[in-house]
Each structure stands twice: as C-alpha cells, then as structure tokens.
Design a binder for this molecule. Sequence first.
Ligand SMILES: O=c1[nH]c(=O)c2[nH]c(=O)[nH]c2[nH]1
Length: 321
Amino acid sequence: MSDELSYLSAARYGKDKVRVFRVVREGTWHHIVEYNVQALLEGDIETSYTEADNSVVVATDSIKNITYYMAKVSPHVLNPERFALHLGTHLVSKYSHIHKAFVTVEQLRWSRIPVPGDQGTTEHPHSFIRDGDEKRIVKVEIDASKGKDKITAKVTSGISDLLVLKTTESAFSGFVRDKYTTLKEVDDRILSTSIDLTYTFSPIDIPKPADADVEQFDVPSEIAPGSVWDTSVAASARKVTLETFASDNSASVQATLYRMARLILTQNPGVQTVSYALPNKHYIPVDMSYLGVENLVPSQAEVFMPVAAPSGLITATVSRK
Ligand SMILES: O=c1[nH]c(=O)c2[nH]c(=O)[nH]c2[nH]1
C-alpha cells in the first residue's frame, strides 16, 4: 500500500545485541570468543510493513537462532570477519526473497591469564581476563541482489574504545588566535584519546555455498596480504596505531591521526580507506598558584584535572589513490 503522500523508501530489520560466547577445545588448549552480533536483512519484505503481511518475515527470533547455530557449526567462528561473512552468506542463501544481509560483530576482549611456568611466564590454557573495554568491530554487507550465485561482500573492520594516554611529546601551537581564543599554546601536554578506528577492505566475491551444507564456507586458497581473508590485518592495524601514538612527537591529534592512517594503508595493500575518530580527552593542569605552588609550566605540571566533557573530536578518512 502506498498513497499520494508517502511510500516505504527503506526497510531493514533483524536481531540486535545477540550475545554469543563460543569455546573451541583443542585438547586442553581452549580458544574463546565473545561476540555481540547484529544481523539485519533487506529484500522483498515491503508488504510486511505496508500490508501487515508476515509471510515474508523471517522472525528476528529465528535470526537469533541462526546466529547461535552458526556459532556452533562455522569453522570460522574464532575470526569475526570470516564468521560475519559466513553468517551473512547463509542468511541470503537460505531465503530466496532476502537479498542483502548486514552483519555487525563486536568482539569483546578476553586475553589469556599469564601464569608462572617452568620456562618463565606462560599463557594459561583455559583461563582468561577481560583486560580492557576495547572492542574489535567488524561490519559486513552481503549483497545477493544480482543472484544467489553472484554474491559480493563489503567488509569494514576496526577497533573501538581503545584508551591511551601519553605524558609528553605532544604539543599544540600555531592555531588561530582571535578574540575567542583563551587556550594557551603548549610545547608539552598530556594527550589522551579513546581510539575509534575503522578500515575498509576491497569488495570481495563470495563463492556460491553448497546448498545442503550450511557448515561449508570456503576461504580462498591463496590469501592476498592485507585482504579481508588475511587474519593478521587486525593485529597489524592495532600495533601501528599504538606504536605511532606512543612514538610520534605529536604536533596535534590531526597530524598524529594522519600518520597512523597512512601507515595502515602502507602495510596492508588490501585496505582501501582508514578512518579514525579521536576524542581529545583533556587533562588540565590544576592552578595552585594561590597556595604558592607552581603547577602551570607545561613540562613540569604534575597534578591534572581529567575532563570528560567537553572533549575535542578529531576525525578523518585517508584513502588509497
Ligand atoms: O590536537 C589538537 N587539535 C585541535 O584541533 C585542538 N583544539 C584544541 O583546543 N586543542 C586541540 N588539540
């Protein structure tokens, strides 16, 4: 149904915040992942909105059940890119009227607990610690609108909530000075940010999955470096981000951001764009001059007031030419 005034111009639905934990036992050496999954569908679903026609609706409850089933049967469950691709591909393959799947996987951090062993500290085989709020975020768009045997996928990966701070080698000067300016130029300051990083891969073709075999999802036999199939990209992007933050003698958040993004593109040929959103979480030296205590010389200030809000927010996308 549409009338002269309005029509349904977009429709997408599914399940959000599906919490799934998976253990893979390799003898006594256990691997784990914890994911928050969002799986949304598009396709010939208009009548469910316009005609109250539920015959086209795969219930969001079923989408949740499929997510858990795929966490059980997918050989790729431990890798969020491959798991998201497998889940999305199954959704568009299973239902003829569903043409696109949008799967977001947020991976929570679990690291092995270090324990003393015969040869120094080792990682525990089955005990883990949540060492930080940092998440790995993977977004996959599976497109079967040109046919179930011509599936393509766009993948974006990244990190959110990676909190970092440095106590020197950050300055900020030379900015616009006018009647609104109260900020002093500094050659030394605390720099802290909660890193939000996303990078996009070149689009990929997905081989048509075997009809009967939901468990099967082929990964190319030759894996192009820096491509979506290359499981080392996430660690490399995180390493470059942290190392650049630490070692750059920062002129501004903008300049440090650009340097990080360029390095990710240099090191990962399959990555097409890199975006950061970096809040500048200000730490303000406390003025104690009224007590005769000096705390305002930037390189010597010792007591700071962390300010949650307002924060700066510096964003940019750097793209491969
Ligand atoms: O690195 C910075 N970039 C800015 O744009 C800015 N603006 C500001 O007040 N402090 C900072 N720091």
